[in-house]
Write a protein that binds this ligand. Structure first.
Ligand code: HEM
Length: 154
């Protein structure tokens, strides 16, 4: 296996570390730390916006290196191979889950852009933000497991 393949998997793992690491950092470190901070809401919005931008770059990196991983490993990326082989079916599963991540992230972002007036609206956004975060984390952890199976010979 050539050096470019190793570099691609390395970049893939860096992307995963940032994406999953960021999603664990927000609820486990940031939220508890600013719980009683007077400017909690603005801090959360500012951090969320920064992570959103960097997160989309990480997701783009994962998509590009995910495809490169297969190409540089000499995997036959034909449709026939993808739908017949176990490796291929796992990759298709990853791509479907990846599209789900994009969809859930977009729902979260559209809600975050809204000017929230009433307490009811703010509570509703809080619930959407909390659950979309949990769903994104669960999908990403599943993709990481599938990735480990792929790398170690599906
Ligand atoms: C949030 C998104 C993603 C996560 C968390 C993720 C996670 C991982 C992990 C942890 C590995 C194992 C690396 C190793 O131990 O060597 C991996 C490998 C892999 N991933 Fe992803 N991945 C993501 C997105 C994608 C996408 C979108 C694709 C396809 C286009 C993809 C294709 C692959 C492939 C083909 C491998 C195996 C590389 C090999 O054959 O050695 N990944 N992924």
């Amino acid at each position: 296996m050539n050096t470019w393949y190793h570099i691609s998997v390395w970049l893939h793992i860096i992307g995963v570390s940032f994406w999953i690491g960021g999603m664990l950092f927000l609820p486990m470190v940031l939220l508890p730390s600013i719980k009683n901070h007077p400017d909690r809401r603005n801090l959360l919005m500012a951090t969320g916006l920064k992570f959103r931008f960097a997160g989309y770059i990480a997701l783009a990196l994962l998509l590009v290196t995910g495809i490169l991983n297969m190409y540089l490993r000499g995997i036959d990326v034909s449709w026939k191979f993808l739908v017949i082989s176990r490796y291929g079916k796992l990759v298709i599963t990853k791509i479907v889950l990846f599209l789900l991540i994009l969809a859930v992230s977009l729902v979260h972002d559209v809600q975050a852009r809204k000017r929230l007036q009433s307490e009811e609206e703010k509570m509703r956004f809080k619930i959407i933000a909390r659950w979309s975060g949990r769903i994104l984390l669960l999908i990403s952890l599943t993709m990481a497991f599938i990735g480990v199976v792929l790398s170690r010979g599906a």
